[in-house]
Design a protein around this ligand. Structure first.
Ligand code: SAM
Length: 284
């Protein structure tokens, strides 16, 4: 197998295919040889396990996943990379490449068709321009996947993995925690990529709950309240919820008090349970 984390090999492949990086598609390819084996192993890829990869690029992580997993389905939006992947993955017969936009795919259907009863995990070095939308799609689609192991920008990783109710938390922290238990795995320096991005990255793992934390009939309200509460981070939860949802201050004040929440605190102070209590009482 041609080691794709070798910079000379990567340059050779890319120049033979006349490939030019697309900034718009978040194309920063991994060139640090120690990252992919570690990431693939921590994703839970092994015999009997199917893996969905998003954005295989030239296949550096895909090769590691194929060596460990039963089957890998990799979704790549850039059609220029398809012939590259045919070359770099040609020794594996357990991989399928889908040339599509992950945001447009019915992933539940894909899992049923490609993996049947196999246990499935997600593992990806995500394109940074759509990190949160991809993560939220994976969670909101309620896929039957056990874990989602993704590389994201370090700041996004810290935000997602922050404790709910602390200063570092945000709407994405609460939303991700509704569906899963996030875990910081390891940091990856900016120099591990070509071209080199401006910021460092980190690998996180979301351990997906079989059922979300609260009853589904409240979930719409729950996410509306979370988004509203964090819409103006520096304001009190009373002000941000009332202005963002267009509700009378008096009504929101009573709602918060009835939910056991101090209306004068900021959203970052609220627990999962506080958000649940508010969303149970609010009528939107
Ligand atoms: N996995 C490779 C690596 O680690 O070297 C490449 C990672 S690169 C950060 C992100 C990859 O996602 C690129 O190959 C890019 O073309 C692809 N991509 C960007 N947007 C996508 C989308 N909406 N759906 C699927 N793939 C996408």
């Amino acid at each position: 197998m041609k080691r794709l984390s070798d910079i000379g090999t990567i340059k050779d492949i890319l120049s033979r295919h006349g490939f030019i990086f697309s900034k718009g598609l978040g194309q920063n390819f991994l060139i640090n040889p120690s990252v992919c084996p570690k990431m693939a192993e921590l994703s839970g890829a092994k015999e009997g396990v199917g893996v969905i990869e998003i954005g295989p690029g030239i296949g550096v992580l895909t090769q590691e996943l194929c060596s460990l997993a039963e089957k890998v389905v990799a979704i790549e939006i850039d059609k220029r990379l398809i012939p590259v992947l045919s070359e770099t993955l040609n020794e594996f017969d357990n991989v399928k490449i889908i040339n599509d936009d992950v945001m447009k795919l019915d992933l539940n259907k894909l899992i049923k068709e490609e993996f049947g009863d196999m246990k499935v995990v997600v593992c990806a070095n995500l394109p940074y321009y759509i990190t949160s939308p991809v993560i939220m799609k994976l969670l909101e689609d309620r896929l039957s996947v056990e874990t989602i192991t993704v590389m994201v920008q370090k700041e996004a990783a810290q935000r997602i993995c922050a404790e709910v109710g602390t200063r570092d938390s945000g709407a994405v922290t609460v939303s991700v925690n509704y569906y899963s238990k996030p875990e910081m795995l390891f940091g990856v320096s900016a120099g591990s990529f070509m071209p080199m991005p401006k910021v460092d990255s980190a690998v996180i793992r979301l351990n997906v709950y079989k059922e979300p934390l609260f009853e589904p009939e409240n979930s719409k309200n729950f996410f509306k309240v979370v988004r509203a509460a964090f819409s103006q981070r520096r304001k009190t939860v009373l002000n941000s919820i009332s202005s963002s949802l267009g509700l009378e201050k008096q009504t929101v004040n009573k709602l918060l008090s009835d939910s056991g929440v101090n209306p004068q605190v900021r959203a970052e102070k609220l627990s999962m349970n506080d958000f649940a209590e508010i969303s149970r009482r609010i009528s939107l």
